[in-house]
Write a protein that binds this ligand. Structure first.
Ligand SMILES: [Zn+2]
Length: 372
């Protein structure tokens, strides 16, 4: 992770670079702020900058051996601890492959993401005395590459008293060239003994301006949509990313659905085959999403026919489309439509031949839509 990959936080980035260049790195830092603001990304970029063999004035090089090891979360001198469900594993190391997988997907994930990913029973994970022993053991070894040894402790507020007590001494008087980065969301629940021994680094919400830039990079051009995502995400990059990809998928589904209904209504056979071909090339998840969206639009159409109230859940574009389309969904065909898309969803899940399946959909839709 390079600084350029971390959204916003220009002031903190400058501060970290300064610390490294002045060779004045505080040995225990507490990054405080919601995980979605990017604290783990910042920590990874900071550590990568420390280790980089060809540092530039504003960022690590991203290509030297150290950069590559840190990016891959495989540097022998950079250790990670995070809460675990003690019944599953008392050590972070044993669950590291799973935790790493989440980091690779989205480094700004939350404790809840981790819980639902790592424990089907959803039990509360903690950092226990076993994990502090694990940390102390690793840091007491000589560093592999003769540079810093780093311990990143994610969601440090989940430390229990035993864990914290065991760590106090080493945090206060660490071996030379040791760096602790504690990442936490909630200052109130961090044990005061830990708080008083660390330098506080406040990780604030990502500014609206930075978030807008990020959304443009993600391909969100529409001004209204951008504003709406910025407002709803409240400085949380993870949430913004989720909203953005949801909106993009929804736009695509809407376009595909409107196209399907239009060409089937006009009985345009060649465009129908083209449409089926296109849908057949989508990934399975996208195909399933489309079919769920089609079911949703059929339900919305029916509702529109029976209630003249504003459709609460439909977007402005959908409402415009439904104004004209809903009269084609009636008691004469709603069950057929519902069954068609439901069955298709079932078959896609079981690896049906997608092009045949979507071709069949177009011909059935053509029949049903003229039965209204
Ligand atoms: Zn480098």
């Amino acid at each position: 992770m390079q600084f350029k990959d971390v959204i916003g936080h220009d002031t903190l980035k400058k501060q970290f670079i300064q610390e490294v260049n002045d060779d004045h790195i505080s040995h225990a830092q507490l990054f405080l702020g919601k995980t979605g603001y990017g604290s783990l990304s910042l920590a990874l970029a900071f550590v990568q900058y420390i280790f980089c063999e060809n540092k530039e004035s504003h960022d690590s090089c991203g290509t030297c051996a150290s950069c590559r090891k840190i990016s891959a979360l495989q540097h022998p001198d950079v250790h990670f601890s995070f809460p675990t469900v003690q019944a599953i594993s008392k050590l972070s190391d044993e669950q590291f492959p799973e935790w790493k997988k989440l980091v690779e997907e989205e480094p700004n994930f939350s404790l809840n993401d981790w819980i639902s990913y790592s424990d089907p029973k959803g039990r509360k994970p903690i950092l226990s005395v076993h994990q502090s022993q694990e940390i102390i053991k690793k840091l007491s070894l000589k560093s592999f590459e003769g540079n810093y040894k780093v311990s990143i402790i994610w969601m440090a507020e989940e430390m229990n008293q035993g864990c914290a007590n065991k760590l106090l001494k080493i945090i206060e008087e660490p071996p030379a060239k040791t760096l602790f980065i504690l990442i936490a969301e909630n200052q109130e629940v961090i044990l005061p003994t830990i708080l008083s021994r660390t330098q506080l680094v406040k990780v604030k919400p990502i500014s609206d301006q930075e978030m807008e830039k990020y959304l443009v990079n993600k391909g969100i051009q529409d001004d209204e949509l951008k504003k709406s995502i910025v407002a709803r995400s409240e400085g949380n990059a993870r949430l913004a990313k989720e909203l953005a990809s949801g909106e993009k998928a929804n736009n695509q589904n809407r376009t595909d659905f409107i196209q399907l209904m239009r060409i089937c209504y006009k009985k345009e056979v060649l465009p129908m085959l083209d449409w089926a071909e296109k849908m057949g090339n989508y990934g399975r998840e996208d195909q399933k999403n489309f079919l769920l969206y089609a079911l949703y639009m059929i339900r919305q159409s029916l509702m529109k026919n029976y209630t003249e109230e504003q459709l609460m859940r439909a977007s402005a574009e959908e409402v415009t489309f439904l104004q004209r389309f809903s009269r084609f969904i009636t008691n004469n065909n709603v069950q057929d439509f519902t069954q068609l898309f439901n069955d298709a969803h079932y078959y896609v899940e079981r690896n049906a031949h997608a092009k045949l399946l979507f071709t069949n959909i177009t011909f059935e839709v053509m029949r049903y839509i003229h039965r209204a």
